[in-house]
Design a protein around this ligand. Sequence first.
Ligand SMILES: [Zn+2]
Ligand SMILES: [Zn+2]
Length: 326
Amino acid sequence: MNRPLLSLATLTLSATIALFVISCQDNDPTPSDTTADAVTVAVDPTLFIAAGLAEPITKVTRTLSNGTSAECYKIVTNNTPTDHTMGPWCPTTITDDASKGGIWFEGGKLYDVDGAFIQNLATFYNDAFWKLYNADGTIKVTTTKAACEAAARPNVDPAYNNYCVECQPSYSAGIKKTYYIPVKPVKLSSPASIGGMGAVVGIAFNGVNFDPPAPTSAILGAHTLAPMDDAGGHVNTAAGYHYHAATGKSKKIAQADGHAAMIGYAMDGYGMYELLDTSGKEPADLDANRGHYDATRGYHYHVAAPGANRFITGFRGAQGSFSVSL
Ligand SMILES: [Zn+2]
Ligand SMILES: [Zn+2]
């Protein structure tokens, strides 16, 4: 009976010491008291784009996903990227070129959603029911908040079968996202899976979240398409704009040693990096979470290819929490 209590107390004490060390040494890599890693890098709040923040980043004590308490950064964003534009998502006619539409993933690959892609869907999916366009070549696109909600809900309104679904950021104007991310990552005894609806994977430096995989089978099952824009993001009215793919459009931080650039933080505080290094190579030693360790960055993740409909595969560390307010 005493054992769990003792180890919890020990953990909390270690965490307190670790956090004290961080606050004294700021963002320098410091030896970790909570993992076996020689180097654990603390979250650097100065990397976030100030214009994306709804209020200054503060430190608060929060309970992490493993039940322990830790100092976290409270990051409240206005969910509006300032480093790239949002949209377009759906082209409006079957003659539109790629500049008029976004992207879609299938089988691990990324496709431009241009007019020709829409016109070719029945062939692409080998299913004659697909027809998102009218006889005059115009594409059926949701154009109101009510339409996008009816078309994007899990049980798609049959009236919106064969629609290209897009919601506008203006439908959730004033949205704020609050992230609590541990200042210093805390390794779990075994990795945690990526959450489903309502959970997020991490945060880009512009304040927009990296989302779990899009429910493509539900989307396609209703013969709808919900393209991402060229930055890998789209909108739903519950979560606003969010990413399903890292396409290199949001702020990234180049690494002096040619390592892949950093694009944000996962909810456990470990850094998220692009897939490819400056010579175009993928890391060869990723673990089941899509992470690995080096002495410069400590443990960190490399996101999957943009066509994969996922960023990382598991959390190595205890996650903070996330909420949306509209
Ligand atoms: Zn989505
Ligand atoms: Zn790496």
